[in-house]
Design a binder for this molecule. Structure first.
Ligand SMILES: Nc1ncnc2c1ncn2[C@@H]1O[C@H](COP(=O)(O)OP(=O)(O)OP(=O)(O)O)[C@@H](O)[C@H]1O
Length: 250
């Protein structure tokens, strides 16, 4: 399987210490990968380095064989990114906003892609709503649709269902799984919802204190740690991370 994303030896230091410490990450074509770990483990920093939005202190990132930062513009045309913390403008209608991005992506029929995206994620009725009229969960959905309009080869999602109720979260998972199956889109997803990751992702990388501590299918990881499912593995790693941070003064 060819790689859509290949990150090797990523390191990022911040003033208060090392956030990411030698992370390797490979996402194969059409693969669905979960990036997990306790708060502060380095997931978002890793994603942002993979997207060229944070400059690594060491390591390399290639997207579809295009090395960042030199070939970032070309690489990013194949990538979508959504996160609950990305803002949406208030004074624009949902369909105008999505069509504008469709045009920026160079789509021939941005209106068609906009309608398809709204239907796929179950918010066709909101196409004429203004940004101010959306709940935080609805804004998250619009952000996901925006990230998928151009049918990226790689879709990076930072906690896509964090602000969603279980019904809408299910719709998002179903929409993402359909998109991945229909277009061969690879997914790289962070989440604190282990059940969701078990359902959506084929493989999982666990980070703790900036390092990869486990990698494999959810079943393999559960076996490695002799735990009954990812939730238990997560709790075990979070406890270790907590103990270590008490032992090592910041
Ligand atoms: N811009 C920044 N400046 C300084 N420190 C940062 C910055 N961004 C992240 N950090 C630190 O780097 C570490 C990793 O943060 P990161 O956001 O990558 O973790 P995370 O695994 O995504 O956490 P969470 O699950 O809480 O979102 C944390 O200790 C955080 O305080």
């Amino acid at each position: 399987m060819s790689a859509v994303l290949k990150a090797t030896g990523l390191v990022k230091n911040y003033r208060r210490g090392r956030a990411v410490d030698g992370v390797d990450l490979v996402v194969g074509d059409g693969e669905r990968i979960g990036l997990l770990g306790p708060n502060g483990a380095g997931k978002t920093t890793t994603l942002l380095m993979c997207l060229g939005m944070v400059t690594p202190d060491a390591g390399t990132v290639e997207i579809l064989g295009r090395r960042l930062p030199r070939r970032r513009a070309s690489a990013m045309s194949e990538v979508g990114f959504a996160a609950g913390y990305l803002p949406l403008p208030n004074a624009v209608r949902v369909n105008e906003y999505l069509r504008m991005f469709g045009r920026l992506y160079g789509l021939r029929r941005p209106d068609v892609a906009t309608r398809e995206g709204l239907e796929r994620f179950g918010i066709g009725h909101l196409e004429k709503a203004m940004g101010t009229e959306l709940s935080s969960g609805q804004k998250t959905l619009v952000g996901i649709i925006k990230a998928t309009l151009h049918r990226p080869r790689l879709l990076v999602l930072d906690e896509p269902t964090a602000s969603l109720d279980p019904d809408v979260a299910l719709r998002v998972r179903t929409g993402l799984a359909e998109l991945s199956a229909a277009n061969g889109t690879a997914l790289l997803v962070t989440s604190h919802n282990m059940a969701e990751v078990e359902r959506l992702c084929e493989r999982v990388t666990f980070l703790s204190r900036g390092r990869v501590v486990a990698h494999g299918t959810p079943e393999e990881i559960s076996r490695t740690f002799d735990r009954d499912g990812l939730e238990e593995v997560f709790l075990h790693l979070a406890e270790l991370q907590h103990k270590n941070s008490e032992e090592v003064p910041a």
